[in-house]
Design a protein around this ligand. Structure first.
Ligand SMILES: *Cc1c(COP(=O)(O)O)cnc(C)c1O
Length: 485
């Protein structure tokens, strides 16, 4: 165990502040009073609250230890497939905290918000350029919210034409939010299967596309980490029946500077700034899911829109066909600042290189672990690769056992049991920010676990051992969380 790759875990037990409290301890020292002591009027203040009594060091250690129970990109590799948990350069945080941005108030009015509006306008231009679209909205607060916005625009498009459609095609490799967003807009999702190679066959799409179908939602690269190389043919089939193509661009991290979705037949696409454009995410914090559109959907964009008027910028809401507002004000501005800082600091070449590196890292893992874990779709992948537990299942070791054991080696586990098309999926997305040394450690850890699955499967089924809590009953843990240390 001494030389195992990864970490061996040093985790303190930590009682609550009330349990640590000792009468008379105090973390503050106030200057000597220079006025006379006076009793407070008990009728007004009531009894003093029972606060824990602690020294400064007690408090510092308490919160530092609690912070160490958490795991984030800053503490280790986080290869969670479909989530792009890349490292977020700290300069983005510094820019977002600049007083002019952090203190900007949405009621300041256009005249006093020129810098913020210019940033939003420029960010729109950059994202339009990266994706190959005419224009976009920054308003949606997450990827799924972007999907809803896109579907509302498609709905408005058919409403304007005077003939609403009832269905939408969704492949089995789509992200789970896609059918949910379509259904929220009243469309009936029509599921279709991918072909043998894990990507869509145009014939499968042609067989179900008709004039009562609004279009298709394609995640590209798809959730198997594969590029839908028939996308242009598929778009032609959809367009020939008057439908529209929705592109889920949350996986744009694999194709920046390489593929422009707006130029290969996609009509509307959302991005996840909190994945591809390097802003922290996870734990339900604020996100941003801009939606880019071509000419057909532009009139339906949410309002207000940022408009450049000579050298000044303004928010304009006067668009008769707009779907209206989908967020208060104009979305999560702080995330936009981070994404803008990221794009500027990377430059076009930097973004291209980061996509290439993300793809290289995933393929390196795929090739290195191929004989260790079963690889259901053995072809070049994009930014993530999907294995499963077929080899280990003969010893009754499953994906979840291996994922739990990875915690003992100091790695956040990959995404498991998703995508649903792969039984027992183990989906790894290293991102471009992990070094080869760290990726090699991860590969060594997975190989070591695969050996354990052969030699001591019984033990593996009880993992993890070095974490603060060991194997949890996850259903009970979710239903009755224990929030004490
Ligand atoms: C993450 C993701 C989404 C959803 O994005 P949220 O910001 O979590 O709502 C949608 N599609 C794909 C392919 C994703 O990876």
């Amino acid at each position: 165990m001494d030389n195992q790759p990864g970490a061996s875990g040093l985790i303190f037990n930590e009682p609550s502040l009330w349990e640590k409290s000792r009468k008379g301890r105090c973390a503050i020292s106030l200057p000597k009073a220079d006025v006379e002591r006076a009793e407070l009027d008990k009728d007004l203040t009531g009894d003093a609250p029972e606060l824990p009594q602690l020294s400064e060091l007690d408090v510092v250690r308490h919160y530092t230890r609690l912070s160490q129970w958490n795991f984030g990109v800053d503490s280790g590799m986080y290869p969670l497939g479909s989530c792009t948990m890349k490292y977020n350069p700290k300069t983005n945080e510094v820019q977002a905290a600049l007083k002019g941005f952090a203190g900007a108030h949405p009621f300041s009015g256009d005249e006093f918000s020129q810098g913020s509006l210019k940033l939003m306008y420029n960010l729109e231009q950059y994202l339009a350029k990266i994706t190959g679209f005419d224009t976009l909205t920054l308003q949606p607060a997450a990827g799924a919210h972007g999907e809803l916005t896109g579907m509302l625009m498609i709905h408005a498009y058919f409403a304007k034409k005077g003939k609403q459609r009832s269905k939408i095609i969704i492949p089995d490799t789509a992200h789970g939010t896609n059918p949910a967003s379509a259904a929220l807009c009243g469309y009936i999702p029509v599921n279709i299967k991918s072909g043998e190679k894990g990507i869509l066959d145009p014939e499968t799409v042609a067989a179900v596309m008709d004039e009562d179908t609004a279009g298709i939602m394609v995640t590209n690269p798809n959730t198997l980490g594969l590029f839908e190389s028939n996308i242009s043919k598929i778009a032609d089939i959809i367009h020939s029946k008057g439908g529209l193509v929705y592109g889920d661009g949350a996986n744009m991290n694999a194709i920046m500077g390489i593929v422009k979705p707006g130029e290969i037949g996609i009509d509307v696409l959302h991005l996840n700034l909190h994945k591809t454009f390097s802003t922290p995410h996870g734990g339900g914090g604020p996100g941003s899911g801009p939606v880019a559109v071509g000419k057909a959907l532009e009139p339906f964009l949410p309002v207000p829109r940022v408009v450049k008027d000579l050298d000044s910028y303004k928010l304009v809401s006067d668009y008769p066909d707009t779907i209206g507002k989908i967020h208060t004000f104009y979305g999560h501005f702080g995330i936009m600042v981070r994404a803008y800082a990221y794009i500027l600091s990377m430059g076009a070449k930097g973004l291209l290189d980061s996509s290439r590196l993300a793809v290289l890292s995933a393929n390196y893992i795929k090739e290195s672990l191929k004989g260790t874990l079963n690889l259901p779709y053995d072809m070049p992948c994009m930014h993530e690769c999907v294995f499963n537990d077929e080899f280990q299942s003969k010893n009754n070791v499953t994906t979840v056992d291996m994922a739990k054991r990875l915690l003992d080696y100091g790695f956040h586990p990959p995404t498991i049991y998703f995508p649903l098309v792969v039984h027992g999926a183990f989906m790894i997305e290293p991102t471009e920010t992990e070094s080869k040394e760290d990726i090699d450690q991860f590969i060594d850890a997975v190989k070591a676990i695969a050996r354990e699955a052969e030699e001591d499967p019984e033990k593996l089924r009880k993992a993890p051992f070095l974490t603060k809590v060991t194997r949890l009953d996850e259903v009970t843990a979710a239903r009755k969380p224990c929030l004490r240390g």
